[in-house]
Design a protein around this ligand. Structure first.
Ligand code: ASP
Length: 369
């Protein structure tokens, strides 16, 4: 069956967006089945974001993380004919506030749902600002067996043409799709399915806010049954959360003539540093001196691009500053600075040599050899 036109879909969402505010919240913090039957069960874990945002008429302003998961589910027309839904409110925040504590709580509930034989797939509602980070974090810690679909929206639930209900329905469809099994964490937004490694937010306002610039999407949800463009490659989680608190990893944003002192200041108290470098992960000679001081002290420094797009591989002459070996740095491969931070935090739970860390970035920071 062909999907409705975008205009038609938006009109429908608008009506629902207005109607859902009158609904009474009906779910508690713990998972509760809200629809029984033989349909596949989807566990929805809500964390907030614009998808749960509420604004006022004639204003672009709204508050992220407002509606409850029950209210979000009530805005999904016909969801009860697609899947049996159970839900939990993990948090209700703008996603700039998603921190390690929320990640740990979310991970625990994802793993519980993953282990529950009654649950077919998991949907996580999330703010778009950091949903690529949460998806990447989960992709490293959750078995790539059941689908774990992170979904957001660019417009608040009260917008005339809210995109949240459509995106959530799409996420539920992906969560129960046979072709989605074996893939683990994914991002679904604006009809499109992305892999955590390659997805990034490329526009702060537009509906087409997400892209995987180097690799493209892994599928689309333009029909009731999502389409994937390649076979799933199931794999075991790369890491466990072994430490009570993840080691601190700082990010330094480079600019023309990056000052060495900026690098030293950011590295205070950090177990690792990510440089969001200019161009292909480059930085100034002054910054290079500071980087050498850090790596000589055993603090790993990973080079990434501040644009967040492109493969940073081992370089024998980092923009004339010195080769990777002279600097003692690690090439961050295809990871954005924020995702490189996540990978380094997880990797540094165990003491590891520079060579071991580079091997981790080579295997988990890209799917290319
Ligand atoms: N500021 C919002 C957030 O990330 C943006 C969004 O959800 O689209 O929570």
């Amino acid at each position: 069956m062909a999907r409705q036109s975008a205009g038609h879909r938006r009109g429908r969402s608008a009506l629902l967006g207005l109607g859902l505010l009158a609904l009474t919240p009906f779910l508690a913090a713990q998972a509760q089945p809200v629809a029984a039957g033989k349909l596949a069960q989807v566990r929805i874990l809500a964390t907030g974001g614009t998808i749960a945002g509420v604004g006022t008429a004639n204003s672009a302003s709204y508050r992220s993380g407002n509606l409850t998961v029950a209210e979000l589910i009530a805005s999904l027309p016909g969801v009860e004919t697609i899947a049996s839904i159970s839900a939990e409110q993990i948090a209700n925040v703008g996603s700039a506030n998603i921190d390690e504590a929320i990640w740990r709580k979310l991970l625990a509930r994802v793993l519980a749902a993953d282990a529950d034989p009654d649950v077919s797939g998991i949907v996580i509602t999330h703010g778009t600002d950091t949903m690529e980070e949460t998806a990447f974090f989960l992709s490293l810690l959750v078995p790539a067996s059941k689908p774990v679909v992170v979904v957001g929206a660019m417009r608040p639930a009260t917008a005339v043409a809210a995109d949240g209900p459509q995106n959530m329905l799409d996420a539920v469809r992906v969560a129960i799709a046979p072709a989605a099994r074996g893939r683990g964490a994914m991002v679904v937004i604006n009809d499109t399915i992305f892999a955590p490694l390659s997805v990034t937010k490329v526009d702060v306002h537009a509906m087409q806010a997400f892209a995987a610039p180097a690799r493209g999407p892994i599928g689309h949800v333009l029909t009731p049954v999502p389409v994937f463009y390649s076979a799933a490659t199931p794999r075991a989680p790369a890491f466990n959360l072994e430490s009570a608190a993840l080691p601190k990893v700082a990010i330094v944003h480079a600019y023309a003539g990056l000052r060495g002192d900026d690098v030293r200041a950011a590295a205070q108290g950090a177990r690792g540093v990510i440089i969001a470098g200019v161009g292909a992960g480059n930085f100034s000679r002054n910054a290079g001196e500071a980087v050498k001081e850090l790596t000589a002290r055993g603090i790993p420094v990973v080079r990434t691009p501040r644009q967040g797009i492109g493969d940073i591989w081992r370089d024998d002459a980092v923009a004339g500053v010195g080769g990777e070996d002279a600097l003692g740095t690690i090439a961050g491969r295809e990871l954005t600075p924020a995702k490189a931070r996540i990978l380094l935090m997880l990797a540094l739970q165990t003491p590891r040599s520079r060579g071991e860390l580079q091997a981790i970035f080579d295997s988990l920071g890209t799917t290319s050899p």
